[in-house]
Write a protein that binds this ligand. Structure first.
Ligand SMILES: *Cc1c(COP(=O)(O)O)cnc(C)c1O
Length: 523
């Protein structure tokens, strides 16, 4: 034990000069890194439409290889846990090909599905830099500059959507987590017993929250996971544009109060996930103020569109919410993962999340005179303890594009979705369903529907046809769409959160849908 035996000195010699299996010398790192960066550069080129008219003007790879699970598994191989390691450069080279050849690329200009954006290349470089520093942004002392960069990033997001200076928050992994943080802040702020030590208890059973069925399913997860149960959600009617009916909201809150229940939270969407509908945020904010309820806005999809000077007053009204969920990995085009939550008074986050373990001494150096110069420890503001430096890619993207750059990209995405809607109305077999923000939904309706179908059978026939059509469109690899269900109707849904999409892809999409639709109709 004391290191004086022969075998002990052997050990000492080894420990003075470790050959750690994961260490990379500077030169080795440079070589492997340069190779990888070159490969990624070539990969990006295959996603970019050739700028010169003499070239094809088409990206040189499909949106996805349309492979089966078996094919992807076979490409990976079924190697057992490696016993010995291998050289890093060869490993990275092999892995780059594995991913380039067997992935779906949301950065492809033909990708117009879900609310998943193309990724800013600077974010990839930012992630490399961030993980090289490997800051633990849980505590200021462990990540001095990274924590300050995250604070600045969150504040830029606040400024972008025009919230007061009082608002603050933090970055999280995505929209779901951002909404969770808002939900938990509301749960703590709106209950008058010590919910953090006593739990929900009997009083918790009468808590009620209000949202429409167009709300993303993070809400059911939150109601379940945070102890209220999904029965605590009171579903508010929507109008023919999928927006919350604020009269119904008012009525249901009043009825619940009458019944002795405890309304505490209203959730509205600034851009619903299915159709991009923007709830009447002004009216809902007013109801929440009058009723002393927490007003949470899910802006995971649409919040950043509030930067546009032409944004509607309802969209801009998100800046008055008690808490707001946003998703930089959507309309700020940062690579996954990056979500953000803003709270009108960040003290509510500390109230909801902070515990001070004995083994953390981070809060002792409070000598700074200016309260703005107090170190901030993000572990006290949310669910995570150790936290990665996801702020860097968001911060870099803000600096590369600037507010003006973002306004340009978001405005073009919306304009393309509007052009798509217009072209849909001009196409005999296509019927426009909805258009809001950068989401356009429509259905293929054959010129001749088989006769003798009842209304219900007719709807099922159309649903089946459009479902099959969507699969076939996706399988082409040229363009990629998703779907929505609107009042029981299966609709095709284009969502453009992609700075590489151009009018050419929108035209291609229409051509592919109509060609395949006609073929299906005949089949
Ligand atoms: C995408 C989305 C979410 C979920 O966000 P994730 O980043 O996928 O967790 C929640 N709400 C809306 C409106 C969304 O568009």
């Amino acid at each position: 034990m004391n290191g004086t035996s022969d075998s002990g000195s052997d050990q000492q010699r080894n420990l003075r000069c470790r050959e750690a299996a994961l260490e990379m010398g500077a030169e080795q790192f440079r070589q492997a890194g340069h190779l990888l960066v070159d490969q990624i550069g070539d990969f990006l080129q295959t996603l970019q439409t050739a700028p010169s008219p003499s070239e094809s003007g088409q990206p040189s790879r499909p949106v996805h290889p349309a492979e089966s699970v078996a094919e992807v598994k076979a490409a990976l191989g079924s190697a057992a846990l490696p016993q010995q390691g291998m050289a890093a450069a060869a490993l990275l080279d092999e892995t780059a090909h594995l991913l380039f050849d067997h992935s779906l690329f949301n950065g492809h200009p033909g990708f117009m599905a879900y609310v998943t954006s193309s990724a800013a290349p600077i974010g990839a470089l930012g992630d490399l830099l961030a993980s090289s520093i490997n800051a633990n942004v849980g505590a200021w002392a462990l990540s001095p500059m990274a924590t300050e960069i995250e604070k600045q990033t969150v504040d830029w997001i606040r400024q972008a959507i025009d919230c007061d200076e009082s608002y603050g928050g933090l970055l999280v992994s995505g929209g779901t987590m951002a909404n969770f943080v808002g939900f938990l802040a509301a749960r703590k702020a709106q209950t008058d017993w010590d919910i953090r030590s006593q739990g929900l208890g009997k009083s918790g059973q009468s808590l009620r929250l209000y949202a429409s069925r167009e709300t993303h399913t993070w809400l059911q997860k939150a109601a379940d996971l945070f102890g209220l149960g999904t029965d605590a959600i009171v579903w508010i009617d929507t109008d023919d544009q999928q927006k919350i009916d604020s009269h119904d909201l008012q009525g249901k809150i009043a009825a619940d109060r009458e019944a002795g229940l405890q309304p505490f939270l209203v959730i509205a969407s600034a851009g619903t996930v299915s159709t991009g509908a923007i709830d009447p945020l002004e009216a809902i904010a007013e109801i929440c103020r009058a009723q002393d309820l927490w007003f949470h806005v899910d802006g995971a999809y649409g919040a950043f569109a509030a930067m546009l000077p032409e944004a509607s007053s309802d969209l801009r009204a998100l800046s008055s919410a008690d808490s707001i969920a946003l998703d930089p990995h959507k309309w700020l085009y940062t690579p996954l993962e990056a979500g953000c939550v803003l709270v009108k008074d960040p003290k509510h986050l500390v109230d909801a999340f902070s515990f001070h373990p004995d083994y953390y001494l981070f809060d002792q150096d409070d000598q700074q005179e200016n309260s703005e110069d107090q170190p901030i420890n993000f572990y006290e503001y949310g669910l995570q303890n150790s936290r990665g430096f996801r702020a860097l890619k968001v911060w870099l993207a803000w600096r590369q594009a600037g507010r003006e750059g973002y306004i340009g990209m978001i405005r073009d995405d919306i304009a393309l979705a509007q052009v798509l809607a217009k072209k849909v109305t001009q196409q005999e077999e296509l019927q426009l369903c909805t258009q809001s923000l950068s989401i356009t939904t429509f259905v293929y309706v054959p010129r001749q529907i088989p006769p003798a179908l009842s209304e219900i059978e007719g709807r099922e026939y159309l649903n089946d046809l459009n479902r099959e059509l969507l699969e076939q469109v996706q399988a082409t690899g040229q363009v990629y769409l998703s779907n929505a269900m609107i009042d029981g109707q299966f609709v095709l849904r284009a969502c453009i959160v992609n700075f590489r999409t151009t009018l050419s892809e929108v035209e291609k999409l229409l051509q592919v849908v109509v060609d395949l639709g006609r073929a299906l109709e005949k089949a």
